[in-house]
Each structure stands twice: as structure tokens, then as C-alpha cells.
Write a protein that binds this ligand. Structure first.
Ligand SMILES: [Zn+2]
Length: 712
């Protein structure tokens, strides 16, 4: 029935247009010709057998649609409930401030200026240049910021109205939170998102707007910020205490999120309205704010006495975000002094001693300053917590651990980021891999046992894992690789571009890297579904193996396909396939070069049965392969098998002499096949000058242990 609703677009139109539920109109859900017919023969709809059937159908459909709508409404509600971000409780926030000094971020505007030039309204960039805003957040997170501020300082109705954007409060604030949340996604440590709220910028006229109107303006902005999941509110750069109080009232009229309230003080130690720090505390103390502080206007040195004044009166954790210093106007630009990061580190230390629990920067500060603060804070493990009035914080001193939640979630078995296989190849040691097929069923016990036995051999370094060979369904190679890695076996899973789009490929690879500990990947295009047992399905093939190598290279550079930073990089050793006996050698050469250009580190050949096959290809490459080659070796077990491989399997060529030998061997064909493969292995071991770095071995009939006979 859902299908029906979706198919008859008109019905949806009816529901959407009129809001309520209307009987589905036959006229509207049928083509125009029918509509005319039905309306002129309305009587037929109400009488006779046809009419009664129609009525029944009509009633049924009405009922069914109601039911569907009910279900959809329920599902939407469930989804909303699930999507609703977990809100930061005041107790949790207090707890964090008791445990640690939190590092804030630095200036947003100046960094945005650098990337997108002068703007009439910086808050509008959330929509027009979201990437730039994202990048600023990310840079601060990487520098060590634990609180980032949304780019919403002026995103209130009053200020936006000056640009004719008064009706875009929700849009710009929503976007800003979304961008901040995306930036947080890739963070290695916990990051809180502070909804930044600045003053209305109407200091001299502030009394012309009734207090209640100001409250409403702040309430609107804060509401939009909270809707999209900020963790706290940061009221900053207020110079009028009354306006700050209005903002707090606006937020507290609906919100239970933590509030950090900051005024901006002049070098004389008061706000422009003449408010002293202790006056501010007196007015704010009953307002249920969680931290009180100062930001902007003055640099670190001048801010310290204000913090001391606050500390003397306020019974709350302090926050401080000084400017880099006094600004200077140069041309049409405001330039801040180049106060050194070390200077900020010193400030952080002193501020912490006074009892400041949130330390960041304001105008003119950069990620370097924030990094310096973060480093300084790390060293302050014995700083005294302040805030006698808040949960848990007795102010009685004692050691405070810097809050580093990431440490609590250390990986169970940390793995080296480097591929052992690659290290060995680079050390010019011959590497040997054994190829396996993933199990087709639901159990991995057998394969684990087999691999265990194979890997017990000192001759084998790794296991390479086929992926959906011949487009048959088997366990996913990357997932199986993760399972084997967990047992300490190095793997080279094959990844094809047949079964997943670019999003899926990246998702799988990131999981394999981070969770599975997979370090090597063989990028292949993969056999088309028409070959396998699911001929009715279609291959995805958004990219081919060359594209997959590019995807892997990007992950290795720390960004996804869209260029978004991953907050760290993978370090995959990327392998590609090469077929020295391909029918169209020119095309094979072209593709091989493209794969290397895209970032391949090594290549694996199709199984070859004659050194000359490789040597001929090598000649075409100019005598040397641009990347190390791992050659495929496959001991034949019977003449019949040799014939079949030679004739039926694309990409495999068995020389006539070998076929002959296999035929003549009769009952001893299996032994013969192993003797020949051993010869090939001996050649490969000594063929470093021919760019051969190792071999991968294919066992007969998935009896993987039997491949070890090659080493006897
Ligand atoms: Zn500032």
C-alpha cells in the first residue's frame, strides 16, 4: 500500500496541499481521460455491482491509506526521537570542568577572511562557504580545541536584518551547527560544540528595544542552535551586562543546556558600560550559568587582572578568551600583533592558576595559539579546580587529570600502521603469500584452522584473500581479513569495485583499516556478475581498479573522495593486478602505468607458468618494473586441469611444453605439477633483477596446507 501512495503522485499532492486526510479521488489518481469519464458517469459509481465493488475498493483504500499515513507518522516520530542529539546535561558539563581545563578555539573571522576574502556577513558563509567554515573548525580541533564555537556570533534577527536576512536566523544557525558537528566527526578527542551568541550590536540604542524584545531575539537564535544539537551556549563579547542578562533569560526560558557567559572588558578593567567583574558576578549569580568569564578587546596580559577580580568574587569556573593583542588598522584590514604562541602558553598557565577552566582565544588568535594553550594545559596536571559551588568541585585542591577521554578507549590490540609485507619488500626480502578463497557459508572456523596451519610455516608471510571470484557470493574479503589480522596473520584482501559505490568502498576500507587492522589491499575491478551465480544482478563499477587505487591514495593522504579530512590518514599498501600474458598487451601496459600513476605500490601478476612470459612483458616495460612484482604461481595437479586453465580461464597461458609434460606424467601429474611450480618459485627467488619481489601461491582445490609441499 505504501507503494500505491508513492506511485499515485496526485494522492500525495492532495494530502500535502490540504494538510488533513481526504478521500482519495479516483478522478485525480487516474489519467485525464478517465477523469472525464468518471465524472460524467458519476451515478454508475454509486449503484449496481460495479458501484458496490468500487465503493468497497474505495473504502478499503481509504482505510489503507489512513493506516499507511499513521505508520509513516509514527516512523517519522521514531526517527526524530532517535536523531535527537543527546543533550549535554549541566551536571555533565560541570563534571568536565571539575576534571579538566577545557581548551577553546581561536578566532574564526580572520581565518575565514584568509580563505574567502572580505564578507558583508560572516554568518552567511555557513551557507555560501560551508567548507571554509568546516575547515576552520577542523584546524582548531587538530590544534587541540575541545570546545569549538559555531559561526553564529551575529546570527540573530536584529543583526541579520541589517542585511535583509532577518528571516534566515534558523537556516544560518542550523547550518552552522551542522558544520561544527561534521567537523567534530573526525576528531580524535571529545569536542563540545558551543553555540556562539554575540550581542545585538546596538549598544547605544539598546534601551530603545524593550527588554522583552531582546529576550525574544536571543531566544530565537538559541532555539535554532539547540535544535541542531549544540552542547552548550557561549555568550561572548557582551559589553552591556543588561543585554547579557537578556540573552541568559532568553536561553533559560526554554533551555537546560550549560551557559558560559562572557563580557568584554576594556583595558581599564570595566566593560564599556562601567561594569566591574564583581558587578557582573552579582548580577549573574542567580541566573543558572555554568561559567563566567571575559573575552575579546584586550590581550592576555590585561585579561589576567580581570580574571583575578572575577576569581575573588565569582563562585563558578572561569572562562577566558583574550585577543592576540590590540588591533591596528592597516588599509581596510584590522591587523593583530603577532603575539607568540609561547606567550599564550604562559597566559594559559597563569589563567589556570587563577582558576580558569575554559581557555581559548579571540580576535587575532590562530590555531598555533590554541595549540600552545593545549600543550600548556596538558602540563598543568596539578592545577587546582575552582568552583566551590558546583557539583563535586570542592575547590580543595588535589590532583586533576586533564580530561582525555580518548585514552579510555584505546584499541584493544594496537597494530602497527606499517604493513609488514611492505617493510619486507622494501628490505628486499622475498615475500611469500598464500591465496585463499573466503568461505561461502556462515562459518570461519575451518578457514581459520587452515590459515593457521599455513601461517605456521616459516616460509609464508601473508594470506591474500580473493574477493567474489567469478562473481560468486562468499564472505567479504575485508571482513575476513580483519578476522585473520585479529589472529595475527597479515593479509592482502582483494577489493573489487563491482559490489559497492564509492561511498561503500570508502566505508569498507576505513572500517578495515581502523577496526580490522588491514594494512594491504589489492585493488581489482572484479569479475562481472554475468559470470557468476547472480547473473541478474548488476555490477556497480562506479570506478574501475584505477579509480579504486585513487580512492585508496586519498585515504592514505587523509581525505575522503570528496576531499574532506578524515582527522588522520590510512597507510594502506596498495597492490594492483597485472597480466603479463594479456591478449591486448598495449592496453595492459597502459592500464598498468595508469595504476602506478594513481598510486599503486606493488603489483601481483596472474598465475604464470613460464619465466619467459614475465620477461617478455618486462621488456615492454623497458627492462624494469616501476613497482615491485609479486608473481602468481600455481602448481598444476592434472593434465585435464592444465588444459582447462589454458583454454577456459581468461588471462592464463600455459606453455605447450608444460602441457606436454603434464600429459606425459600420467598418474604422477600432481608431483610433476609441484616440481614445475617449485622451479618457478626458484626462478622467482632469484629474479630480483627482473623486479620480482615475491610470489603468491595458489593451492590445489583449496587444500591450502598442501601448498607447503612447495617448500620441501
Ligand atoms: Zn574578539
Amino acid at each position: 500500500m505504501t507503494q500505491l501512495i508513492e506511485d499515485t503522485g496526485h494522492s500525495i499532492f492532495l494530502f500535502n496541499t490540504f494538510g488533513g486526510l481526504r478521500a482519495p479521488s479516483l478522478r485525480r489518481s487516474r489519467p485525464a481521460a478517465h477523469a472525464r469519464y468518471c465524472s460524467t458517469h458519476a451515478s454508475q459509481r454509486r449503484s449496481g455491482l460495479f458501484g458496490s465493488l468500487l465503493r468497497r475498493w474505495y473504502n478499503y483504500e481509504l482505510f489503507a491509506r489512513r493506516r499507511t499515513l499513521r505508520k509513516q507518522r509514527f516512523a517519522r516520530r521514531q526517527l526524530r526521537r532517535r536523531q535527537k542529539p543527546k543533550t549535554m546535561r549541566i551536571e555533565d558539563f560541570n563534571e568536565r570542568l571539575t576534571q579538566a581545563i577545557l581548551v577553546g578555539d581561536g578566532a574564526m573571522g580572520s581565518l575565514l577572511y584568509e580563505s574567502v576574502g572580505p564578507q558583508r556577513c560572516v554568518d552567511e558563509l555557513n551557507v555560501t562557504h560551508g567548507e571554509a567554515v568546516f575547515h576552520v573548525h577542523q584546524t582548531y580541533i587538530e590544534a587541540g580545541a575541545q570546545i569549538i564555537e559555531t559561526n553564529t556570533f551575529s546570527a540573530n534577527r536584529h543583526k541579520l536584518g541589517q542585511f535583509g536576512m532577518a528571516d534566515r536566523v534558523a537556516e544560518l544557525n542550523h547550518r552552522a551547527v551542522k558544520i561544527a558537528r561534521e567537523a567534530r566527526e573526525a576528531a580524535k578527542h571529545e569536542v563540545l560544540i558551543a553555540g556562539s551568541i554575540g550581542p545585538l550590536g546596538i549598544l547605544q540604542h539598546v534601551r530603545e528595544l524593550p527588554h522583552q524584545d531582546i529576550v525574544t531575539i536571543f531566544k530565537e537564535q538559541a532555539g535554532a542552535l539547540e535544535e541542531r544539537g549544540v552542547d552548550l551556549f557561549l555568550l561572548e563579547t557582551f559589553s552591556d551586562i543588561e543585554e547579557l542578562l537578556a540573552a541568559v533569560d532568553g536561553i533559560r526560558s526554554f533551555s537546560r543546556l550549560p551557559i558560559v557567559a562572557q563580557l568584554t572588558y576594556s583595558d581599564e578593567g570595566t566593560t564599556f558600560g562601567g561594569t566591574r567583574p564583581q558587578d557582573a558576578w552579582a548580577k549573574l549569580k542567580d541566573k543558572n550559568i555554568q561559567a563566567i568569564g571575559a573575552n575579546c578587546t584586550i590581550g592576555p596580559q590585561l585579561l589576567l587582572p580581570i580574571l583575578r577580580d572575577l576569581a575573588a568574587s565569582a563562585k563558578l569556573p572561569l572562562s577566558a578568551m583574550p585577543n592576540a593583542g590590540f588591533p591596528k588598522r592597516v588599509g581596510d584590514r584590522i591587523v593583530y600583533p603577532k603575539s607568540s604562541p609561547e606567550y599564550f602558553a604562559l597566559f594559559a598557565q597563569e589563567a589556570a592558576e587563577i582558576g580558569t577552566r575554559i581557555i581559548g582565544g579571540c580576535c587575532g588568535t590562530t590555531p598555533e595559539h590554541i595549540h600552545a594553550i593545549a600543550e600548556a594545559v596538558k602540563k598543568l596536571r596539578s592545577a587546582k579546580p575552582r568552583g566551590t559551588g558546583i557539583a563535586g568541585g570542592s575547590g580543595a585542591g588535589g590532583t586533576v587529570e586533564v580530561f582525555e577521554p580518548a585514552q579510555r578507549f584505546r584499541r584493544i590490540a594496537a597494530r602497527e600502521p606499517e604493513s609488514k609485507l611492505w617493510k619486507k619488500i622494501q628490505a628486499e626480502e622475498f615475500v611469500t603469500s598464500v591465496e585463499i578463497d573466503p568461505p561461502k557459508g556462515v562459518t570461519i572456523d575451518r578457514i581459520l584452522e587452515q590459515v593457521g596451519r599455513v601461517m605456521a610455516s616459516p616460509h609464508v608471510d601473508s594470506i591474500d584473500i580473493n574477493s567474489g571470484t567469478l562473481a560468486r557470493v562468499g564472505m567479504d574479503a575485508l571482513v575476513l581479513a580483519g578476522a585473520l589480522e585479529a589472529h595475527g596473520f597479515e593479509t592482502v584482501p582483494h577489493v573489487t569495485t563491482r559490489d559497492a559505490n564509492i561511498i561503500g568502498l570508502q566505508a569498507m576500507l576505513l572500517g578495515a583499516w581502523a577496526v580490522g587492522g588491514v594494512r594491504n589491499v589489492l585493488a581489482i575491478t572484479g569479475d562481472p556478475p554475468s559470470l557468476g551465480d547472480h547473473p541478474e544482478t548488476s555490477g556497480v563499477y562506479e570506478v574501475d581498479s584505477i579509480g579504486l587505487v585513487k580512492v585508496l591514495s586519498r585515504l592514505n593522504q587523509g581525505t575522503d573522495w570528496a576531499g574532506k579530512s578524515l582527522g588522520g590518514a590510512t597507510n594502506f599498501t596498495i597492490g594492483v593486478a597485472v597480466n603479463p600474458v594479456a591478449e591486448d598487451i598495449d592496453e595492459e601496459l597502459r592500464r598498468f602505468e595508469a595504476k602506478i600513476e594513481a598510486g599503486a605500490h606493488f603489483a601481483m601478476t596472474q598465475p604464470i607458468f613460464d619465466p619467459e612470459h614475465w620477461q617478455a612483458f618486462l621488456k615492454r616495460l623497458g627492462g624494469k618494473s616501476p613497482v615491485p612484482i609479486i608473481v602468481g604461481l600455481w602448481p598444476l595437479t592434472s593434465y585435464k586441469q592444465a588444459l582447462r586453465l589454458n583454454n577456459e580461464v581468461p588471462g592464463i597461458v600455459i606453455p605447450k611444453a608444460t602441457l606436454h609434460e603434464m600429459e606425459n606424467a600420467g598418474d604422477a601429474a600432481r608431483e610433476r605439477g609441484f616440481v614445475l611450480a617449485r622451479k618457478m618459485l626458484d626462478w622467482a627467488r632469484t629474479a630480483r633483477s627482473e623486479s620480482i619481489a615475491g610470489a603468491y601461491l595458489i593451492a590445489p582445490f583449496k587444500r591450502y596446507e598442501e601448498i607447503l609441499e612447495l617448500f620441501r
